[in-house]
Design a binder for this molecule. Structure first.
Ligand code: ZN
Length: 131
């Protein structure tokens, strides 16, 4: 009778998927990619704003969705897992970026864009109304 382990892992296959050398490389890539996700989340939450321009997130979002579709097409578990959740931080960062941009103050004197928390314009020094 087959043990539970043997039914999960038989020969070169785990849950019916092949686990040759390149799969380990792919899953290591997944692990490294997701470490970026946690690092980015920590940085964004700490600073309460997204430092990277929104174009980067739009490109990342489009790229990851295409790679996800590609993964579904090739039925590659590594690709599917790698890109099934990557859109979450991209969309979150775009939402934060949009909120942050909407909250910025416009200096009445020189029309410079100033941080929501600023008391004075960083360009001309005029006192800001919300500051
Ligand atoms: Zn100003």
């Amino acid at each position: 009778m087959e043990s539970l382990w043997q039914s999960l892992w038989s020969g070169n296959r785990f849950l019916g998927a092949g686990w040759e050398f390149w799969k380990y490389v792919g899953w290591l890539g997944n692990a490294l990619f997701f470490s970026f996700f946690f690092m980015d989340t920590a940085t964004t939450e700490k600073r309460r704003q997204v430092v990277i321009p929104s174009a980067f997130w739009w490109l990342s979002l489009a790229g990851s969705l295409l790679l996800f579709v590609y993964g579904l097409h090739t039925r590659d578990a590594v690709f599917i897992f790698a890109y099934a959740f990557t859109w979450i931080p991209y969309v979150r960062n775009l939402v934060i970026h949009r909120r942050h941009t909407a909250a910025q103050q416009l200096c009445a004197a020189c029309e410079a864009t100033c941080l929501p928390s600023a008391n004075f314009c960083h360009q001309c020094g005029t006192k800001l109304p919300q500051g």
